[in-house]
Design a binder for this molecule. Structure first.
Ligand code: IVH
Length: 717
């Protein structure tokens, strides 16, 4: 609905037929105050009417007036508020987009921790959940509430005296980000709760922010037209939009929300979940359209089947259903683990798979020169997202799966993960191309390729523009020199225009050079120039990461930085010297010494130094903390809500620990996020201690392990 300027028609005041215009105060000498009250009254009526129509349109999908009529009401309110600015209230429908862009989001400590859910993928496990519930509650017939599991972002909304005052992202469940400004732009979110039903004086509502599929497609079309990167899926689009610092931009990207729970102190809480959601609905909040009271687990399983069937025709993404014990006293009796309740589970849908044809197999070249085969597909829609590429990982895998041009293949998309070619599906009579031949030369620079294990590498190094682009992106990335504004697109232009031929060239660029790139204006060119200048003062470990030495990731970079202190010392180190250090094996030692034996690499560094790049003294990790995880080996699995993988890894390393990629007998701890993978099972089999995100978070903040965590397996010493 827009806000076109038209004259207001009084009959649009639903429920307020007595409405008359506002008196002109100049006519009546006696009472300015009286007319002021009339204005207030009229403002209230207008706001009430608009809120009601917002709810009908955005929440209930049952509009009662036309867009033009709505626009008339809105315009009338805007005019009146501009005449009487003192009477403009923050909960007015005109005040959804307000405030200047933020520099950053402030942190909010949640009043009630925002728990997550354990997930199950098959019926048997859900039945086992029901069995456990019966046993623990000692009841024969536990009843449930079932709802779709919306694939969006979890938020907590605070309403004081019915007015929306604050909204935060889930963050790590304990601390989230203040996204109040952005939430206010969501038209489905009432800024004021309707008085129907008793609204507690203070209430925190939990909900999920998401983007409907048609809105997602329209947004991506617009971004593409503007030459910007489209979002990979609606969830990323929602997250990027909700975590956008400028609410004016958020307002142009239509988000919506559904609410599924509330927490409030004091009386007034109903006795079941189903009733609680009905309460939310009565307050004017959007709630899951499909929700079901289930007298037994069987009805919940049936709901799962129905929603699975319906999933493809819904205008938004759901990735399963959530099954919750309906009675609050039973929820309380079952209690919570540190990360998730014992009274609810997510029953997920299997990943979406579709069949399509392989048009071609292309090779993509990464910064290390690794060539990744990519299947170019006949576009196929999976869960509302059109895919035209999927990874085949490495040349050995292409051979193993025997995928060829012209083949029909099964493609799978699980959540945010890059789609995979699962397998070839033989189709009788289908014409197949020749077996895939690993290329003998790099498709970008035509240098020879060599195979190491399952991976094919380009030997071109600096002459390969794809490797150079990858190296620059890596150099500028968050974990390395953290040069904000130097992303994929800019890097590509700098290389293609010949402005940058090796890493050191970055420090020769001036504002004028950036002005020659597409998408840059005075301000952005200056900003990027300054960011690059700022990066000249670099921590040693960050530089080592940025240089992209093979096998030197965050942990090894820190180890090297702590042991050698300067690049000069490290350059002089022999393989034997390096092998003295715990954590450094022959492969790394060889890779590091080879890197510094290569005169080309030394020249790049010398040039950087001559252009003013200086290595900072390594900040020492505080001793007690450094000792705490010293020598401990961690593995990460699943999605952590409050950390990116990189952040979690850095944290562990800051505390002296190490992160490896697979679980073995040597692993000390598995950090399990949401939807853990097979590593979880391996850890269970091998008896490795498993920490959930809350426990992990508590630990790194406090330095001690949560008392509730797996007491049988000992604690970190
Ligand atoms: S209930 C204490 N209900 O799923 C239980 N969560 O994987 C709190 N979600 O963090 C969650 N739809 O962001 C619940 N109908 C629904 C949901 C839902 C989506 C999300 C929520 C939660 C995540 C858990």
């Amino acid at each position: 609905m827009g806000t076109k300027s038209e004259v207001m028609q009084p009959d649009l005041f639903e429920n307020h037929p007595d409405e008359a215009g506002v008196e002109d105060s100049s006519k009546s000498p006696q009472s300015h105050a009286a007319s002021f009250t009339k204005v207030q009254l009229k403002l209230e009526k207008l706001k009430h009417a608009i809120r009601r129509h917002d709810e009908l349109y955005y929440v209930r999908s049952r509009p009662e007036i036309s867009d033009t009529e709505y626009d008339q009401l809105f315009r009338e309110l805007q005019i009146l508020e501009s005449q009487y600015p003192d009477l403009r209230t923050p909960d007015s429908p005109t005040q959804r987009i307000g405030g200047a862009p933020l520099a950053q989001f402030s942190k909010i400590t949640h009043e009630f921790p925002l728990l997550s859910l354990d997930s199950e993928m098959d019926e048997e496990r859900v039945l086992a959940f029901d069995q456990r519930v019966r046993r623990e509650l000692d009841v024969k017939h536990p009843s449930y509430s079932a709802e779709p599991k919306y694939d969006g972002l979890s938020v907590a909304l605070t309403y004081d005296h019915g007015i929306f005052v604050r909204g935060a992202t889930r963050g790590n469940g304990l601390i989230g980000e203040d996204v109040t400004h952005n939430l206010r732009t969501i038209r489905a979110l009432p800024l004021q709760l309707s008085e129907g039903g008793t609204v507690p004086s203070h209430v925190v509502v939990r909900g999920e922010v998401f983007m409907k599929l048609p809105d997602f497609h329209a947004l991506n079309r617009r971004l593409t037209e503007q030459g910007e990167e489209p979002f990979a899926n609606p969830r990323n689009a929602s997250s990027g939009t909700l975590r956008q610092l400028d609410p004016a931009i958020t307002a142009t990207r239509p988000l919506t929300i559904t609410c599924y729970d509330f927490m409030s102190l004091g009386p007034g809480r109903p006795s079941t979940h189903f009733e609680a959601v009905t309460c939310l609905e009565a307050w004017g909040l959007p709630v899951p359209q499909f929700r079901r009271y289930c007298p037994s687990i069987q009805e919940a399983l049936e709901f799962h089947r129905e929603m699975f069937e319906r999933r493809d025709v819904l205008p938004f993404e759901i990735d399963g259903i959530v099954i919750k014990i309906d009675r609050f006293d039973w929820q309380k009796a079952l209690g919570e683990k540190s990360r998730s309740p014992r009274w609810a589970i997510a029953f997920k849908f299997p990943p979406r798979k579709e069949l399509t044809k392989v048009q071609d197999i292309a090779m993509s070249v990464g910064r290390t020169g690794a060539l990744t085969p990519i299947a170019l597909l006949d576009p196929v829609e999976i869960g509302g997202v059109t895919l035209s590429r999927a990874s085949l990982h490495n040349v050995e895998e292409v051979a193993r799966k025997d995928v060829r041009v012209g083949d029909t293949v099964k493609v799978e998309r699980a959540g945010d993960v890059i789609p995979d070619v699962v397998e070839r599906v033989p189709v009788p009579g289908e014409e197949r191309g020749a077996p895939f031949q690993p290329p003998t030369t790099c498709p970008v620079c035509q240098s020879h390729t060599i195979q190491e294990g399952p991976i094919l590498y380009c030997t071109g190094q600096t002459v390969c523009s794809a490797q150079l682009k990858g190296s620059l992106e890596h150099f500028a990335s968050k974990g390395a020199l953290n040069i904000e504004g130097l992303g994929k697109k800019t890097v590509a232009q700098l290389v293609d225009k010949g402005f940058v031929k090796d890493l050191s060239d970055l420090y020769t660029l001036g504002v004028d050079d950036f002005l020659q790139l597409e998408g840059f204006a005075d301000k952005s060119a200056r900003q990027l120039f300054e960011e690059i200048q700022k990066s000249k003062d670099v921590p040693f470990a960050s530089l080592l990461i940025g240089l992209g030495i093979r096998h030197v990731g965050t942990h090894i970079a820190r180890v090297l930085a702590q042991n050698f202190g300067s690049l000069d010392n490290l350059k002089k180190a022999t393989e034997e010297d390096l092998l003295q250090i715990r954590d450094i094996g022959p492969e790394i030692a060889a890779s590091v010494t080879h890197f510094f034996q290569e005169s080309r690499n030394l020249k790049v560094w010398q040039r950087m130094e001559s252009l003013g790049v200086r290595v900072q003294q390594e900040a020492n990790v505080s001793e007690p903390f450094a000792q705490l995880l010293k020598g401990k080996i961690f593995v990460l699995t699943g999605t952590l809500k409050g950390f990116s993988r990189q952040e979690a890894k850095r944290k562990i390393e800051e505390l002296g620990g190490r992160v490896t990629s697979s679980v073995s007998k040597q692993t000390d701890y598995l950090i399990a996020g949401e939807d853990p993978g097979s590593k979880y099972d391996s850890a269970t089999t091998l008896g490795v201690q498993i920490l959930n995100e809350n426990e992990f978070n508590f630990f790194i903040q406090s330095g001690s392990i949560l008392p509730s965590s797996s007491p049988d397996k000992g604690s970190i010493k």
